[in-house]
Design a protein. Structure first.
Length: 327
């Protein structure tokens, strides 16, 4: 596979292009508080389910300004996210369900989850939503010390949690679970699988979590062997994607199989099979094949493979298939 071409950014990726997290300032509470009351400050709201608020009749985030924050949420503690341009951005986690519902009415907004609007939002807003959602989930789930069970208190503007037991004092950091996802090829065909609960015809690249003491490339080989029985040789990095649903990082790879022998081993997949570019074109046309949703890096892996192997554009093929089907 040609690894010199640059794939387009995955959904939620590329946040560093617009946001400076200013991590070195998180412990400077006076500095953070000064910017939190700045007239330029913006606040992203998340409810207890990790949903955010959208502008009415729009697929854009409903940010709060300083005045709205003070009027509607008082002293609710904010988490500093960083600077986009000259504007400081903060997260406000509204865990009270009644308060969250009242805000929806007051703001004339609607609530939506990351999976629902990740592709509808502008890329910078989608990335900020993903960042805030992942951080808020960790804050919500990390309330007690894993070593002594004492309560934790958030520090570093919400990016660390410290044990309140003076005899312990352990520091806890946001957790991200690494998972590999891979498109495997063998002689101009790619390996895709499906789970039993998926919509009819849906196939995806294979994926799984990285285990302790395991290199990413070794995780690819193990997961493919466990799920499909296919033995993988060469493995190469493709791209990555933050996936805070709730707290993962998807690390995408391309790989070459030693042979096409399939033997389902761990029963995670209902089926695994090899697809040529022609199989995918025909399957999209007759409705027997559905790729992963474009939200996922799995779609980007298949998109890149089709372009490299057959000069085909997956977006175009999907659009043509939709137009050709009766409404």
């Amino acid at each position: 596979m040609d690894r010199t071409s640059t794939p387009r950014l995955n959904t939620f990726a590329g946040l560093s292009l617009i946001l400076d997290r200013v991590a070195e300032k998180r412990d400077e509470s006076l500095w953070v508080n000064e910017h939190a009351v700045s007239e330029h400050a913006r606040y992203l709201l998340l409810d207890a389910l990790g949903q955010t608020y959208l502008l009415p009749g729009s697929d854009a985030l409903r940010w709060l300004d300083r005045g709205e924050r003070e009027r509607l949420l008082g002293e609710l503690k904010a988490t500093f996210l960083g600077f986009a341009g000259d504007r400081p951005h903060f997260l406000l986690a509204v865990d009270d369900n009644e308060q969250a519902s009242t805000l929806e009415t007051t703001l004339g907004a609607r609530r939506a989850g990351l999976r629902d609007v990740g592709l509808l939002l502008a890329s910078d807003e989608a990335g900020l939503f993903a960042y805030a959602k992942g951080l808020a989930h960790w804050q919500r789930e990390t309330r007690y010390c894993a070593y002594c069970s004492s309560p934790l208190v958030l520090v570093a503007s919400g990016h660390r949690a410290q044990c309140t037991n003076a005899a312990c004092g352990r520091m806890h950091f946001p957790r991200t679970d690494a998972a590999v996802i891979v498109i495997v090829e063998h002689e101009n065909a790619c390996l895709l699988g499906r789970q039993a609960g998926w919509p009819k015809g849906r196939y995806s690249t294979l994926a799984g979590f990285v285990e302790p003491g395991e290199a990413l490339e070794d995780a690819v080989r193990r997961e493919v062997a466990e799920e499909s029985g296919v033995i993988v040789g060469d493995v190469h990095y493709h791209s990555s994607q933050p996936w805070p649903l709730p707290q993962s990082l998807m690390v995408g790879f391309t790989a070459k199989a030693v042979s096409r022998e399939i033997r389902l081993r761990d029963r995670e997949l209902e089926e695994a099979r090899w697809f040529t570019p022609e199989d995918i074109v025909n399957g999209l046309a007759d409705g027997s094949f559905l790729p992963s949703l474009p939200l996922s890096v799995s779609y980007r892996l298949l998109e890149h493979w089709l372009k490299q192997r057959a000069g085909l554009d997956l977006d175009t093929l999907v659009a043509q298939a939709k137009r050709s089907r009766p409404s």
